[in-house]
Design a binder for this molecule. Sequence first.
Ligand code: CUK
Ligand code: CUA
Length: 660
Amino acid sequence: MTCTRFGYRAMLAASVLAIGTASSAWAQSMNDVQRVAKERGLSTADLLAAAKTFTPTGKIDEYLIFSSGGHSGQVFVIGVPSMRLLRTIAVFTPEPWQGWGYGVGNEILAEGNVNGKENLWGDTHHPALSETNGDYDGEWLFVNDKANARIAVIDLRDFETKQIIKNPLFINDHGGTFVTPNTDYVFETAQYNVPWGAEYAPIEDYNDSYRGAVTMWKFDRKKGRIDKSKSFAIELPPYWHDIADAGKLVSDGYFFLNSINTELATGGIEDKKPPFEAGVSKNATDYLHIINWKKAEKIFQAGNTTMIEGFPVISLETSIAEGLIYLTPEPRSPHGSDVAPKGDFIVVSGKLDPHTTIYSFAKIQKAIANKDFSGTDDYGLSILNFDSVMEAQVEVGLGPLHTQFGPDGYAYTSLFLDSAVARWTLGGSYGKGTPEPDWTLVQKTPVHYNIGHLGAAEGDTVSPDGKYLVAFNKWSVDRFFHTGPLLPQNFQLLDISEQGTEMPVIYDMPIGNGEPHYAQIVKADKIKPWSVYPEIGWDPMTQAVDPWAPRPGTERVERKADGTVEIYMTAVRSHFNPERITIKQGDKVIWRITNTERAVDATHGFAVPQYNINLSLEPGETAKFEFVADIAGTFPYYCTEFCSALHLEMMGYFLVEPKD
Ligand code: CUK
Ligand code: CUA
């Protein structure tokens, strides 16, 4: 990179020398660059940032960000380094462009009903790409809904949500989704605890009735679904459980979950009690939970569980007896628990402590073996002696949150209060990768503003790529045009390709449709999506050909003896077939449409007014939707995609004759 920069400066110098001579086309073009830069007030650093990020038409980005969408309930897919939004994946919230929840996807959204009640939004926080041997394999994506304790499964062959599963035990989650190194399990922990099943119990009964838990959702990769029948939960004390990470390589089989509110604060500002923000932050330390999930799996398989809300739970007593869970103190309002690439260290940051604290997995194992405890908590869990398991502490700055890793022994921590990204060096076996000494803060780059998570390219896997880091900033303040009082968030791209002291910000990307939290950055060539569905008549819900799919020559309207009307329709540029459908008010309609196109991007939409129907039919896709034609009238249906020159003509009439 250094060479590139000198090369660029040399180019600029050459162009300066060339002014007035116009001796070559190259010199002329560099003059143009200088003229435009001057007109637009761009510095050399700006030009360099532009050169690093500008992605000419037709060129594909090297990396993809899979970002949570916060309370938009969606997932965003963004290219790096161009920082172009490529796609929103509709998850918990209906989205008409993808036809999600307007005739198609409704059954999956309904799987996410909360105690029988429709909940058509979500608060996505932590997406997790599926992994093989601790590395992203590009096949599946999981994401949690913090608001209602739900998990979604997205198939990366078509970037569509295939499953939403509601946690039966709790109604709020935060520590999720995280996957084990081979995606055997996706885990999810409750944050704001409730009595089992979110049943009623007065807040005064918090200690006795409110429960914490982590759910280990078994993922069936072949079926592409979470298998509830092979999933289980582990009861935890009713602390507020926060972020977690799965162990890998040497620590495979464990996960590391931090917590806040070991004070068991229950708020009550209205009664002059300490508000949550004070009550939850009173203790100098909370607890890192060290959980042996492979052992838990054996206990579950042996049937040593209690059924709660119809779901198997390993009780706290069993966990204590079996040595499943150990605690160790973690300093001041911990947030972020990140396992280093070799699985040997766990990095935790306390929001109110300027240090990151690094725990050694080897020391943790030794302390467990030696019963090196400093006591037990009120629930009987053993607390490993902090000094025995702590490897190092690095003073990084104010408000440290989350940590990611580079390939060379650097770690990167987001600093919420400082609004900065800190680069620091790992020690131990990483020690020779960087020019700086072990466990040292190297540099801080200011970001704008209030960074939450950060993501480095493959920075939470066993083989981080370095190169790019994105600061997922919560505020944008003065970075963009003010779109009224509600401003976008700001993703800032940092170039981390050079060792040492420089990590320049090279791009700002406004996020104007949600407030992302975590995101993962994956090498784009690991994702192998279909460009069109494999065959005509493909049902994306089963990822197989639907034998009922309408095909060219089979289009028809069938009236069944029970009064049901079945419509078999095809869509191809630029017509639907049939184009006129007349039925009777009150008829039950089962409507199937196949897009018979094989050309890339030849998507057809299908909208019916009044009936709240809008589909997106991608090439080869077949869809089925049902409704009762309870409103008489004349309804022109049409294709919502501008699919051809005669796209306005791609329509038909749906006529519902009044009953009498
Ligand atoms: S949390 Cu939002 S910045 Cu939900 Cu992962 Cu830390
Ligand atoms: Cu098909 Cu417009």
